[in-house]
Design a protein around this ligand. Structure first.
Ligand code: HEM
Length: 531
């Protein structure tokens, strides 16, 4: 899952350099723009017959000419895009940042997005990740869909993802395996001790998710050093986008090398052996990774490019669900009353469950826990989703989106709209997802946009909620958790993660006291699904 938070290269340019360079080029660029830009709304261009009645989204200039957007963006990150949306009544507008032309779209127009043609995710992924992940040229070319063969790649890959993550039978299997991995991670903590919650949750949760898809305990995620380097890598994508390598730092580059090398060395033959050994009769070609790899190779990826695709997959699967789970822990630990309601509902769920709690009944039995999940998605899901415009195309029958530009949809205006959510949008209040009689209310969940709004939705959305809920339930069942410094207030700042939900800016130290073991199984057994 690949969502634009920040255009990393722009954000990494030192501000003084931006000023110097821009002062030199400012007059030349102004002249150039004046002579060739069709930025006046509705202006017709010679030879443009198909698009002649369309208008190019109006430009929104900054108070500082040319470099203003870059500077403000560098200071405020993705919040800057949302601030611009809140500052204008235009439903769509264009800003220029360096050589990138970006159209920002507000909620009023987003229902038209699924119908817009020629939008692709891959080229945007390259823009965000090429430098930070150190992607090779063949992988970039495949993602950018530069030829006919590669153009078939992305729809087929999306189909493969849907086939893997959406069927209930697969979700059931994944939930069981995840729970097994999480329990074995938890059992490693023997005595009462202090831990950093995000650091530890990352190791436990990401290790488990990774083992689920990458060869279990024998795969790269079975090695704690890999998970540790991966965490550093994931949380520093913006720093890794810096064109000046000396500014990145040797330790971070070493972590990236470590992760890449381990994935390079994740021999597919070993994986094959494991797959066949584990489940007699199942072939590696039928396994999830096996099918992703076959698809990459079939569409022209080099064998070396397989490491790139594994990395992209990891960066797609991990950060969102990890950030969401960590925020859940922060908010529960910050609110003892909420925590005790959640624990009470959970205890009652277990008592009435006969040894195996069924997640399909989770929302009914533990409405407060699920309300926290949805409020986390709303409150911390203010990132930006985007696409690259591959060909000149139209939006809502009125606007011309120019080939080579980016179309971005900041989510904050959706999730902080007072008309939808009420006057208290700035407050974290899970109860907005509860009915008056305390049941989970699915109606407001329909206004969440975290899973996409360009016509396709995240295929992992069903698994994501189960993943986070299983993790939190297991944590609560295993330990009494107390913040070392009380009262705990969740961070109001975030780390510069590039994609998806932001990560809390600082970690929280807690002490853990093991509880009496409940010996309860967690299963998922249902034909319907809730996201
Ligand atoms: C809170 C958790 C999550 C959020 C907010 C989230 C959000 C998203 C978004 C916005 C997209 C892009 C959709 C688009 O613009 O077309 C996406 C794509 C994707 N997500 Fe998620 N996601 C989450 C968890 C997961 C999980 C747990 C998995 C898998 C285990 C997953 C797998 C994917 C994949 C494979 C794609 C790419 C789909 C494609 O290219 O067709 N996601 N996700």
């Amino acid at each position: 899952m690949l969502l634009l938070h920040e255009l990393p290269e722009l954000a990494q340019i030192p501000l003084t350099s931006i000023f110097l360079v821009s002062l030199l080029v400012i007059s030349a660029v102004l002249l150039l723009l004046r002579s060739r830009s069709p930025s006046t709304p509705g202006q017709k261009r010679p030879g443009d017959c198909v698009f002649r009645d369309l208008r190019i989204p109006e430009s929104l200039s900054s108070t500082i000419p040319i470099v203003g957007h870059v500077i403000k963006y560098a200071r405020n990150g993705h919040h800057y895009f949302s601030t611009l949306c809140f500052s204008t009544s235009l439903p769509i507008f264009t800003i220029r940042m360096g050589s990138s032309k970006i159209s920002l779209i507000k909620p009023g127009l987003t229902k038209s997005l699924p119908k817009v043609r020629h939008l692709t995710l891959g080229a945007l992924v390259v823009e965000i990740f090429k430098r930070s992940l150190d992607l090779d040229e063949s992988s970039c070319s495949l993602l950018k869909e530069e030829d006919e063969l590669s153009r078939q790649f992305s729809p087929q890959l999306s189909r493969l993802f849907r086939e893997e993550f959406i069927p209930v039978s697969n979700i059931r299997k994944h939930v069981e395996q995840l729970d097994g991995f999480i329990q074995s991670e938890l059992s490693l903590i023997k005595d009462t001790r202090r831990i950093q919650i995000e650091d530890w949750m990352f190791k436990c949760f990401v290790g488990s998710l990774g083992k689920l898809l990458w060869g279990g305990d024998d795969g790269p995620f079975g090695d704690p050093a890999f998970v540790s380097h991966l965490r550093k890598f994931l949380l520093n994508i913006q720093r890794l986008s810096n064109p000046a390598k000396f500014m990145i730092g040797d330790d971070l580059l070493a972590s990236r090398r470590f992760v890449r090398k381990r994935l390079d060395g994740f021999s597919f033959d070993d994986y094959t052996e494991k797959c066949t050994g584990q489940d007699k009769g199942s072939r590696v070609d039928d396994s999830f990774l096996g099918r992703v790899r076959a698809l990459c190779l079939q569409h022209g990826a080099s064998a070396d490019g397989w490491t790139d695709h594994q990395l992209l997959l990891i960066f797609g699967l991990v950060p969102n669900v990890m950030a969401a789970s960590t925020w859940m822990a922060h908010h529960l630990l910050a609110d003892p009353i909420l925590m005790s309601k959640v624990r009470r509902e959970l205890d009652c769920f277990i008592k009435t469950s006969d040894g195996a709690i069924n997640l399909a009944k989770g929302p009914e039995a533990c409405p407060h826990l699920y309300a926290v999940w949805y409020e986390v998605l709303r409150y911390h899901g203010g990132f930006t989703i985007g696409r690259y415009v591959h060909e000149d195309t139209t939006l809502a029958g009125r606007y011309l989106l120019k080939k080579g530009s980016f179309l971005l949809a900041p989510l904050r205006p959706h999730h902080f709209d007072q008309q939808i959510w009420g006057p208290d949008v700035d407050i974290f209040r899970p109860e907005r997802f509860l009915t008056k009689d305390g049941k989970l209310d699915y109606e407001p969940t329909k206004n969440l946009r975290v899973y996409g709004l360009f016509g396709s939705l995240c295929p992992g959305r069903f698994l994501a909620v189960h993943f986070a809920i299983v993790g939190i339930i297991r944590l609560l069942l295993a330990f009494d958790i107390t913040p070392v410094r009380e009262p705990h207030v969740p961070p109001d700042e975030c780390k510069d993660t590039l994609v998806g939900l932001v990560t809390p800016a600082w970690d929280l130290e807690v002490s853990l006291e093991r509880r009496e073991d409940e010996h309860v199984q967690i299963i998922f057994d249902d034909l319907g699904q809730g996201g």
